[in-house]
Design a protein around this ligand. Structure first.
Ligand code: RB5
Length: 149
């Protein structure tokens, strides 16, 4: 199950990506927003990030105008490694090297067709492990206050 959410700037893109997920045979859980009323991006970020962090959803997708605010908010939830991407290469590497678990994009930055390419690159990649494990563990240590260097 993939969690998906957005603010008011990205409701149309969210519907496009939900269709795309369905076409790929993937189920998603929509945490809003919908309609045109202003919707604060931290709300969707918190709901989707919490669903992923608590294991209810394997991965999350978050969309706002730029992808920036919603990724910042998601990364405040313990266990979340959200990446804000506007091209497929970083999306792929964020999975392979950083084990990203939430993909964020900006509806005012990327068009729907390109967003689908970015999403596919992210979904098709997986964590490479190996030398990357210790670095991802360091991120977690920074998060829980135990990091020292
Ligand atoms: C909303 O106008 C806009 O600020 C939001 O969608 C996002 O771009 C914030 O990072």
């Amino acid at each position: 199950m993939i969690a998906i959410g957005c603010d008011h700037a990205a409701t149309a893109l969210k519907e496009d990506l939900k269709d795309h997920l369905r076409q790929r045979g993937l189920e998603c859980l929509d945490f809003g927003a919908s309609g045109e009323a202003a919707a604060d991006y931290p709300v969707a970020a918190f709901k989707v990030a919490t669903a992923v962090a608590q294991g209810h959803c394997a991965l999350g997708i978050l969309l706002c105008g730029t992808g920036v605010g919603i990724s910042m908010a998601a990364n405040k939830v313990r266990g979340i490694r959200a990446v804000c991407c506007s091209e497929p290469f970083s999306a792929k590497l964020s999975r392979e090297h950083n084990n990203s678990n939430v993909l964020c994009m900006g509806a005012r930055v990327v068009g729907a067709a390109f967003a689908k390419m970015i999403l596919d690159a992210w979904l098709d990649a997986s964590f490479a492990g190996g030398r990357h494990c210790a670095r991802v563990e360091m991120i977690a240590a920074i998060e829980d206050g135990s990091f020292s260097c």
